[in-house]
Design a protein around this ligand. Structure first.
Ligand code: TNX
Length: 500
């Protein structure tokens, strides 16, 4: 029998702000258990999700109902409520929640439905998931809120296409670790993966393949809408990236008007970077930026659009500033906020622009200056957060340009001090990134994400005084059973004592 032994109070990743383990339990999910939401029916979807979670392994349906106003606490219930914001005693913030469990009842309270989704992620980890006995929830009090507002994963779907179903599995994983941003690197030299109504040739001509001639693909408007709905239901914001003014070979292959001389360039399926560029002097360039970023803004409910800006190695400084400035103006004109890789700090920026740090070996003085002038810092330092870097020498997947990243490297760092000279209050958050030059399959991708994504998630969520490597190692080992149960590939790093 392949009984999945997970759950319990020692299983929580990321570590919560407050965890008190009591003796007066556990709560046993039995035939009498019901989920009670509200009053009001706006939490029914959350309730159905919890009922599904509690009933799944037992194969019996857990009923869900809306509470009557002033109904006394029902014994045997899992109660899900929005708090009265003023007097709730919760930690600060929209994502704060309280989960309390006794033998009698389980209570989930938050200020927002997103906060309740974080509580559900905790409930999922607490639940013992052994099909041979009744599921239980240990008697605990959890009071929790994130350290950082932006807790993301960037996925490069340009170098290798990632199918919509696989992106949904990634969204489920993000929600499980309380990550709240999926950044999609949709365009690069090799391919353009999102169909935009104003520019149909982009996917017609430039999405048919991946690096090395591997299979390609693209997201239709319907795929995109379905993906966004899946994200919203999990409290995850999708931040799409159109990378300009470098990394644009796929666009130059689709539209010759973007190339001096007017002829489309050849398709490129190699792994070099830095050679392609937009041309500021061509009138078609401004029209293109307006078209693609305008379409993207219209298709994206989230607040942010990412304009790339990395590795435009063949552009001089003036043209680079003109082109990134033009892209940023289009984004703002469409009511969105701008995110860009750290290179954009070399150009003038509006306050509030999010600058994504990645190459900590480069000259980072412009990033420090941009933050001092009002930009926000998103921390993706490659030696800690680049999950396409190999775990160690000889690892069959990934790159090593910034060294190796084993689990402890992904865990043992502090976003507040990762860039000396930056005000810690200007750090908006943390994002892991996975580039897919060498990652050909979903299993390859998962092998790079797991277990390291869980480490970055704890860096992003948990207060510094709640984090310690020895404790994390033990809790992380407890994640293997759920990964196996979900059929996800993962790497048995020798830094962790995994179950046999
Ligand atoms: C640098 S990170 C890049 C990507 C590569 C990555 C490989 C960044 C903003 N640009 O184009 O895929 O290195 O690790």
């Amino acid at each position: 029998m392949n009984a999945v032994q997970a759950g319990g109070a020692s299983a929580l990743v990321p570590a919560p702000l407050v965890l008190r383990v009591d003796q007066a339990g556990p709560f046993v999910v039995g035939p009498e258990t019901a989920v009670v939401v509200g009053p009001g029916d706006e939490l029914l979807a959350v309730g159905v999700g919890v009922a599904d979670l509690l009933g799944r392994r037992r194969g019996h349906a857990v009923p869900v109902r809306v509470a009557r106003p002033d109904e006394p606490a029902a014994a045997g219930a899992v109660v899900i409520q929005l708090s009265a914001a003023d007097s709730d005693g919760l930690p600060a913030g929209d994502e704060a929640y309280r989960l309390s469990a006794t033998a009698d009842a389980v209570h989930l309270v938050a200020r927002t439905s997103v906060g309740l989704q974080r509580a559900v992620a905790t409930l999922r980890q607490l639940l013992t998931d052994d099909e041979t006995v009744l599921p239980t929830i240990p008697a605990v009090l959890v009071e929790d809120a994130p350290r950082y507002a932006w807790r993301g994963l960037s996925v490069d779907v340009a170098r290798h296409m990632v199918a919509p179903d696989d992106l949904r599995r990634i969204l489920d994983l993000l929600a499980a670790y309380k990550l709240n941003v999926l950044h999609l690197h949709l365009t690069d030299d090799q391919a353009w993966r999102l169909d935009l109504p104003s520019r149909p040739e982009l996917v017609v001509r430039s999405s048919g393949a991946s690096v090395g001639g591997d299979p390609g693909g693209h997201y239709t408007a319907d795929d995109w809408a379905a993906l966004l709905a899946h994200a919203v239901a999990r409290g995850v914001t999708v931040v799409p990236e159109i990378d300009v003014p470098g990394h644009v070979n796929a666009a130059l292959h689709a539209y010759g008007e973007l190339v001096p001389g007017g002829e489309p360039v050849e398709e490129y399926l190699g792994v070099e970077v830095g050679f392609s560029r937009l041309t500021a002097a061509l009138p078609a360039t401004a029209v293109f930026l307006e078209d693609v970023l305008g379409d993207l803004a219209a298709m994206t409910p989230g607040e942010y659009l990412h304009i790339g800006g990395d590795e435009a190695l063949t552009l001089d400084g003036d043209d680079y500033a003109a082109l990134t400035g033009a892209a940023a103006r289009v984004v703002r004109a469409h009511g969105k906020r701008v995110v860009g890789w750290q290179e954009i700090a070399a150009a003038p920026l509006e306050p509030g622009t999010v600058v994504q740090l990645w190459d900590v070996r480069a000259d980072t003085a412009p990033v420090v200056a941009a933050v001092a002038a009002g930009a926000l810092l998103l921390a993706s330092p490659a030696p800690h957060a680049y999950l396409d870097l190999a775990y160690g020498p000889g690892f069959p997947l990934g790159q090593d340009w910034a060294g190796y990243v084993d689990v402890r490297d992904a865990y043992d760092w502090d976003p507040a001090t990762v860039l000396p000279g930056v005000d810690p209050a200007a750090v908006i958050g943390v994002e892991a990134a996975v580039w897919t030059e060498t990652l050909r399959t979903f299993d390859d991708l998962m092998t790079m994400l797991l277990p390291r994504l869980a480490a970055v998630a704890e860096v992003a969520w948990s207060a510094p005084d709640r984090r310690d490597w020895e404790g994390f190692r033990v809790r992380l080992a407890g994640q293997a059973a759920p990964w196996d149960a979900l059929g996800l590939a993962w790497y048995r790093s020798s830094q962790i004592d995994w179950p046999a």
